[in-house]
Design a protein around this ligand. Structure first.
Ligand SMILES: [Zn+2]
Length: 461
């Protein structure tokens, strides 16, 4: 163990003693509290950090801090090219991640990902360059504008500006609030969707995904005449009052295509443009901006409430072919659940024994398919729940056990219970009539009395 590691181990021990002794906690209670704290910070909090928070909020006498780690002010970092430093800085602007491929010394083609994040402290600024796995901090929305980061062991390089590169031995985490307080803040205001005009640029805004389309690849001709592959995906963003078309480019398209209806997102540094139709407008996330999934502190209405207002409420006997509607029905039966293997790239179906895509050899992904019989007193209908909807129906985080076992466990609980879903009606190719396909599971425990009142009020109008 190096000096740094030994010091933090000592600090951890001292904190544990303080909490167990002064607060009179059991070891079990302590471990639960540590896990909860780490969960809160999406795994970006060390054990020591969690213990510090618990000790501070629980009123235990804090042991003396060991010798502080040295942080380099950004203004001084420029003169330290070639060395590795620690720093604390504020996220001023995170650019969209990029993919690259280049030949290494041995002539082998290597591909990877990189993302630039402009950061500032009270003395200066720098570009934090995140490589490969660290790029997911930006993609997954762990890092947002104005977050304070503690950068440990980042390599200094001098480019156009001072660059701090992440690497195998660096560690990037959220800085504690004491350190964060002394840093300057980017005063950019968030704009409500309704206040965005077709000439708005550098916009930060929040909304929930109202729809998301399929991404597509295209060829872009650069100013130099060189061609490159581009990727684009569009969808709609709503805050309940206003809905706007959104377009994500390249890595932002890859983030957008994975989002589901109802997911909260933030767009950082988007730009607006008139849409294709007269009077329409769209918000774009290009290389300077990004789509942040699950942002902190978004203050949006729950997805349940927002979706209820977006889809027509229908009885099973009323829903028309091809229509998407909000339904509340009782689960009358759960005849089957199975897993299916699908290609992650070309989406081709694969056999149970296949280990790669039979068409394009790409990796496979397992998805769950559940068939249910729904009944609302006007009609009985089959409804198929795919993948996320199936997991949501069975209230499972992910599919770890065998599909039929999962169904056996949940059947007793779900049959006879009402569910609230958005579904689309589709012609069944094998027999007469229509089946439903669930698009979104809003609730597996709607309040039947409130729903009945709502329905009655609608009928009276
Ligand atoms: Zn494939």
């Amino acid at each position: 163990m190096d000096n740094d590691g030994a010091a933090s181990q000592l600090r951890e021990n001292a904190l544990e003693e303080a909490i167990l002794g002064k607060q009179g906690w059991s070891r079990e209670k302590l471990e639960t509290a540590v896990a909860e704290q780490q969960e809160k910070f999406a795994g970006l909090l060390t054990r020591q950090g969690a213990l510090e928070i618990i000790a501070r909020t629980g009123g235990a006498q804090l042991p003396e801090q060991p010798k502080e780690i040295a942080y380099t002010p950004l203004a001084k970092a420029g003169g330290m090219a070639g060395s590795s430093i620690n720093a604390v800085a504020r996220v001023w602007h995170a650019f969209a991640p990029k993919r690259f491929s280049k030949r290494d010394e041995s002539g082998k083609e290597r591909s990877g990902r990189v993302c630039n994040v402009f950061v500032k402290d009270g003395t200066g600024d720098a570009t934090l360059v995140l490589w490969n796995n660290d790029v997911s901090l930006v993609e997954k929305g762990v890092i947002e504008r104005n977050d304070c980061l503690e950068l440990r062991g980042v390599a200094v390089k001098n480019g156009n500006s001072v660059e701090l590169h992440s690497g195998l031995y660096s560690r990037i985490s959220h800085a504690d609030s004491q350190r964060a307080a002394s840093l300057p803040k980017n005063e950019i205001k968030t704009t409500a969707l309704s206040a965005i005009t077709s000439s708005s640029a550098d916009v930060d805004t929040y909304g929930r995904i109202a729809s998301v389309g399929k991404a597509s690849e295209f060829t872009r001709v650069k100013k130099t005449g060189a061609q490159e592959k581009g990727y684009v995906c569009s969808g709609a963003l709503t805050d309940g009052k206003c809905t706007l078309r959104i377009v994500g480019w390249d890595e932002n398209a890859r983030v957008l295509e994975k989002l589901k209806i109802g997911d909260a997102v933030k767009i950082e540094s988007g730009y607006a443009k008139p849409g294709q139709r007269e009077g329409e407008m769209e918000l774009h996330a290009g290389w300077q901006g990004r789509i942040v999934p699950n942002p902190k502190g978004h203050g949006l209405e729950s997805s349940e409430k927002m979706l209820s207002g977006r889809y027509p409420r229908r009885m099973l006997s009323e829903i028309a072919d091809g229509e998407e509607a909000l339904l509340i029905a009782t689960v009358a039966g759960l005849p089957s659940a199975r897993k299916m293997k699908k290609c992650t790239l070309c989406k081709a179906k694969a056999g149970d024994s296949d280990s790669e895509c039979p068409v394009c050899k790409s990796p496979l992904r397992e998805l769950l398919i559940v068939r249910a019989v729904l009944d609302d007193g006007t009609k009985s209908a089959y409804c198929t729940f795919f993948d996320k909807q199936a997991l949501d129906l069975l209230e499972l985080g992910e599919m770890s056990m065998d599909a039929s076992t999962a169904l056996e466990i949940k059947r007793g609980y779900l049959v006879g219970k009402p569910v609230k879903i958005v579904a689309v009606s589709r012609k069944n190719p094998l027999r007469e009539g229509n089946d439903l396909v669930a698009r979104h599971v809003i609730s597996t425990r709607p309040d039947p009395i409130a729903e009945a009142k709502e329905l009655l009020a609608k009928m009276e109008k």
